[in-house]
Design a protein around this ligand. Sequence first.
Ligand SMILES: Cc1ncc(COP(=O)(O)O)c(C=O)c1O
Length: 290
Amino acid sequence: MIYLNGKFMPIEEARIPVLDRGFIFGDGVYEVIPVYSRKPFRLAEHLQRLQHSLDGIRLSNPHSDSEWSSLLEQLIDANDSEDQSLYLHVTRGVAKRDHAFPKGVAPTVFIMSNPLLTPPEELLATGVAAITATDNRWLRCDIKAISLLPNVLLRQMAIDSGAMEAVLLRDGFMTEGAASNIFIVKNETLLAPPKNHLMLPGITYDVVLELAATYKIRHEVRAVSEYEVLTADEILLTSSTREIMPITRLDGKPVGNGKPGVIFEVLYSLYQEYKLTVMRGGKAELKAED
Ligand SMILES: Cc1ncc(COP(=O)(O)O)c(C=O)c1O
């Protein structure tokens, strides 16, 4: 079942007019929220980021947090899997094609659920390959916009080279992945680029930094240079659906010794433990970034 503009229905029955501004201009924003044991993970943070994205494109939020929460709960109940990936999407609605914002038009609200498929153990054991690529996106990457053409092209470039992700570099510094945030490890220190307009403020990125602060894993939030990426001891990618994954090959060369590193192993198990605690209704707060 999916949700579209006030109704729940099978996806096959869902229809939107071709003049929807999401279809015509990519004029909308989205969120992807993981659900574990039928509980949305870090929902408040996802809804806060949705608000930030809506503010960024000057579209008013069609729902309050409690309305979103109730819609998502109903959708979770209407789908079979215990673990789900919720995709939530708001566009500026349907109007005659014109770049300028239309007046008095209701936004289109679409939510779907898919089974959440976290990375299989085999992949976590070997790690994945990535390539480096020039970050040629716009300067508002902090908005989770549905217009993802550059990300699509960058990700495909990675796939075409037999890799899974593109690690993006802009002006000599790392920004993020085509569909993930990237951390590196250098001299036993976890390094994360600071949040700014050049990257999406990842929810998983925050969890990783909070875990690092709580469990005293040495870490720094600062600009990470291209040279540091190319000579990193470990590289990790994070996203809501892929959680934390080790990148063990970069541009065809091994990262460190070519195997998932110690910091990955530690963060991965802390992340799994934290997830279980939250799912069982335990304390969700971790120490915020130092
Ligand atoms: C470009 C980009 N950066 C970062 C992320 C990770 O964000 P989150 O951890 O909130 O899923 C994503 C998620 O898909 C993404 O598309």
